[in-house]
Design a protein around this ligand. Structure first.
Ligand code: MF3
Ligand code: CO
Ligand code: CO
Length: 256
């Protein structure tokens, strides 16, 4: 495992990339309505990153992925491929996950959208998953352990009778999109890597209404729940500071 701690100047660069990624999610929010396709949402995000932000959409060409966003609807856990044929309908829940590269540095973030009028059980899944991310962010500071993050997410999900996806995890991030360490969304307090100032990584819990098991569709990307029940995910890119944490992909509606 090779952990790449960042200097204050490098974190300042990541702050710029993170803000741009957050601004993509803010920009696209009013567009997420019944009747729009995920392909159209992808095009809007792509053009905004390239033409307005003068930046690079990191997902394009990443391991052969061709789109700018991952758009994961309902039972899709992550890595949903945007398509003109996937029209959002009233009641869907959608995750949009986007990563922007600016001056070589990455900002990676995702949020959930409630499309039109959604069912209370779906709203609850989305809300509890966001709480999992927020509770995890709260424990991040120098001297805490990676295991503390997984433990708090697992505890909150299980308390709400949900399951935690174990097949995908958060990750170190910087000039490399996915680098060490792996950030598991389950585990035990006090276990694993000790956090220190300059560590930059994502937390991106995927929480299921049913069982934790996953399957990858024949397109090689789309990850769905094995049981067909719904899944939610929220993601932020973080930096460990001298006395706590900075959320590099914070949106204006959020305060940490
Ligand atoms: N943004 C995802 C993550 O949170 C990775 C997407 S890779 C892609 O790590 F190729 F599917 F876009
Ligand atoms: Co992401
Ligand atoms: Co990520």
């Amino acid at each position: 495992m090779k952990i790449n701690l960042k200097t204050n100047d490098q974190i300042a660069q990541m702050r710029v990339a993170g803000k741009l990624a957050a601004e993509v999610l803010e920009m696209i929010t009013p567009c997420v309505v019944p009747g729009i396709s995920t392909g159209e949402l992808d095009r809007i995000c792509h053009d905004y990153i390239v033409d307005t932000q003068k930046s690079i959409p990191a997902n394009v060409g990443y391991n052969g992925f061709e789109k700018t966003i991952c758009s994961s609807v309902n039972q899709v856990i992550c890595h949903g491929i945007p398509s003109e044929n996937r029209i959002l309908k009233d009641g869907d829940i959608l995750n949009i996950d986007v990563t922007v590269i600016r001056d070589g540095w990455h900002g990676d973030t995702s949020k959930m959208f409630l499309v039109g009028k959604t069912q209370p059980h779906n709203e609850r899944l989305v809300k509890v998953t966001q709480e999992c991310l927020y509770k995890a962010i709260e424990v991040v500071k120098p001297g805490a352990y990676l295991g503390d993050i997984g433990a708090v997410i697992q505890e909150h999900a299980l308390k709400n009778h949900y399951s935690v996806v174990e097949d995908y995890c958060g990750h170190g991030i910087g000039q490399v999109y996915h680098e060490d360490p792996q950030v598991l969304h389950y585990g035990k307090k006090g276990i694993g890597l000790r956090l220190e100032e300059g560590l930059t990584f994502t937390i991106e819990p995927m929480i299921n209404q049913g069982t934790k098991y996953t399957k990858v569709l024949s397109d090689g990307w789309t990850v769905e729940t094995k049981d067909g029940r719904n899944s939610a995910q929220w993601e932020h890119t973080l930096a460990v500071t001298s006395n706590g944490v900075e959320v590099l992909t914070q949106r204006s509606e959020e305060s940490f």
